[in-house]
Write a protein that binds this ligand. Structure first.
Ligand code: ATP
Ligand code: MG
Length: 568
């Protein structure tokens, strides 16, 4: 019996294999084509994994190309930032291209279309063009300028380029079919007049090509075989094919679409993220709440977690929304094994030990990782005064609260069992200080250490406590539907980088800053970017905002808090 071995693990690979088998292509070449008008977000990582993954799997190459045809919003800082992000992810592009380097070639190809009678200069106003374009149910109306002679069109197009006409007064349109059921095929604009300084070509050009012309042609020029993009481009595919076929390329690339990555309560569209930055709804592109790679890196997400997440999401043809909890789980998985443990008390309440002599110090060896002795240990000190977390104490607790309360006992991690003997309240009735006794025979590691109590708390002595700030993050947006709807809008107008409506309700609690935190000296003195598990609290990463006087820590993800979950 003959067996055929199928290697393809998703629908894109099936298409690619079909093309290799039929001889349409004998090699594979893909590209990642960001517009440099913002930083990359985690949605782009899906596209990157697909573009680079397909090239690698079939022994081909993947290019990086900046689709820099909208000068108003583009900038060199984004060009550089995007390259850094791709390098961080570990992808290596074969060729680096800028669409703007091809402006002269694109201009010549547009002239060829004019010569073939497939493009014309239209003098209608934008408003007239919009009306005459028709609707989904009504065919469009031909422009009165549609039948200009080739000579006149060539002359007008050249004069557009030479700056003889004001912005927006004329456009070059492809001459396709004003009655096409696909509105995009109704003589789409392929060049517009726009006087705008370009970050690479300066003021050389006052006409710029539109996406639907530039993108397919650029793919064809680079010899791309498979042009992989997200689903909003599906309706553009007939136009894509029209362009590459009519521009006379012998091996037209094949466009294949896949579903965008959507994550619950997460905005994954550059133009909306940009809106948040420009309107100061966030501190910047690298705000640790942002789903950008610069934001996630600053927050402390390990790159392995991002790859793991994308691998688990997979490549789907249909749109879906992935639960943000999956990303957090991947981050916990990646950090669990590697992040050293440490003590941090985010909301300290002071504890004084009645039966511990003033000035007596006990040195305690603390392991840096329970499963990795090779990660070593450090010394903490037990003294007459310590701090525990306010969340670990209740004046009048329910039965299942296995933490500290009047008359109850807990173990301080790696140290002693203590018992709460008394509570001092301030004038507002808040807990000001706990008075505890120490079971001197219960020292961890000693013979008496096996006495069991229900709870173990993290803590810090007054000798080891260093002041710090902690920043706790929650999703940026409140409203699930709004987050996904804005992405739908992205699909409507790929050349327009301004969001039309921003109806998103921002989460007022997406950032909680705790200023009175205490951390142990090893944590306080670490380098920006270093990551720890703060015992029983979460994973934290030192932020570059830190100063020697005030180290700042970003919460990367909380640990799963079983008690808080059960008691919501
Ligand atoms: P804009 O809002 O400016 O259009 P964008 O977020 O759509 O930004 P682009 O620069 O247009 O980003 O996209 C670059 C590439 O990344 C495209 O090929 C696009 O298909 C892909 N891409 C963008 N967002 C996602 C996403 N959420 N999931 C998967 N791929 C995406
Ligand atoms: Mg887009």
């Amino acid at each position: 019996m003959e067996t055929t071995e199928r290697k393809a693990s998703n629908f894109i690979e099936e298409f690619v294999e079909e093309d290799l088998a039929s001889g349409r292509f004998d090699h594979v070449r893909t590209r990642f084509p960001p517009e440099p008008n913002g930083y990359l977000h985690i949605g782009h990582v899906k596209a990157l994994c697909i573009d680079f993954g397909i090239a690698r799997k079939y022994g081909g190459q993947c290019n990086l190309r900046f689709d820099d045809t909208n000068p108003a919003k583009e900038d060199t800082v984004f060009v550089e930032g995007i390259q850094r992000d791709i390098e961080w992810l570990g992808f290596k592009w074969a060729e680096l291209h800028f669409a703007s380097d091809f402006f002269p070639r694109l201009y010549e190809i547009a002239r060829d279309l004019i010569r073939k009678g497939l493009a014309y200069v239209d003098d209608q106003s934008p408003e007239e063009m919009r009306i005459n374009r028709g609707t989904l149910t009504k065919p469009g109306v031909n422009s009165p300028w549609r039948d200009r002679s080739v000579e006149e069109n060539l002359d007008l197009f050249e004069r557009m380029k030479n700056g003889e006409f004001p912005d927006g007064s004329r456009v070059l349109r492809a001459r396709i079919d004003m009655a096409s059921p696909n509105v995009l095929m109704r003589d789409p604009t392929i060049y517009r007049i726009k006087r705008c300084h370009h970050h690479r070509t300066g003021d050389d050009w006052c006409i710029y090509p539109m996406y639907d012309f530039q993108h397919p042609i650029q793919d064809a020029i680079e010899g791309i075989t498979h042009s992989l993009c997200s689903l909003e481009y599906e309706i553009h595919r007939p136009l894509y094919d029209w362009m590459v076929n009519n521009a006379g390329f012998e091996q037209p690339p094949r466009q294949i679409e896949f579903a965008r990555l959507n994550i619950t309560r997460t905005m994954l569209s550059k133009r909306f993220l940009r809106h948040m930055v420009e309107n100061h709804l966030v501190a910047g592109w690298d705000d640790p709440r942002m789903p950008t790679l610069v934001g996630m890196r600053r927050r402390g997400y390990p790159v392995e977690a991002i790859h793991d997440f994308l691998a688990r999401v997979g490549v789907a043809k249909a749109d879906s929304v992935v639960d943000g909890a999956l990303l957090e789980a991947c981050v916990r998985d990646a950090l669990g094994d590697t992040a050293p443990r440490g003590m941090a008390v985010l909301k300290p309440i002071p504890v004084t030990f009645t039966n511990w002599e003033e000035g007596k110090v006990d040195e305690l060896e603390m392991e840096n990782h329970p499963d990795h002795p090779e990660m070593g240990s450090r010394t903490l000190h037990f003294t007459k005064r310590a701090f525990i977390d306010a969340d670990d104490f209740m004046l009048d607790p329910p039965k299942k609260f296995f933490r500290l309360a009047p008359g109850r006992e807990v173990r301080l991690k790696g140290a002693y069992i203590i018992k709460c003997e008394d509570v001092k309240l301030d004038e507002n009735g808040n807990v000001a200080e706990l008075i505890c006794s120490v079971d001197l025979d219960s020292r961890s590691g000693s013979a008496g250490a096996d006495r069991k109590v229900k709870g173990t708390l993290h803590w810090l002595s007054d000798m080891d406590a260093v002041k710090a700030e902690a920043r706790l993050y929650e999703p940026l947006v409140m409203d699930e539907e709004a987050a996904q709807e804005t992405e739908a809008e992205d699909a409507e107008d790929i050349d327009d980088t301004a969001p039309k409506g921003f109806n998103v309700k921002m989460n007022p609690d997406s950032l909680v800053t705790l200023t009175g935190c205490l951390v142990e000296p090893a944590i306080a003195g670490c380098a920006a970017g270093d990551r720890f598990q703060f015992l029983r609290t979460g994973y934290f990463c030192k932020d570059p905002d830190s100063t020697p006087e005030m180290p700042v820590f970003n919460r990367i993800v909380p640990l799963k808090d079983s008690w808080a979950k059960a008691n919501k």
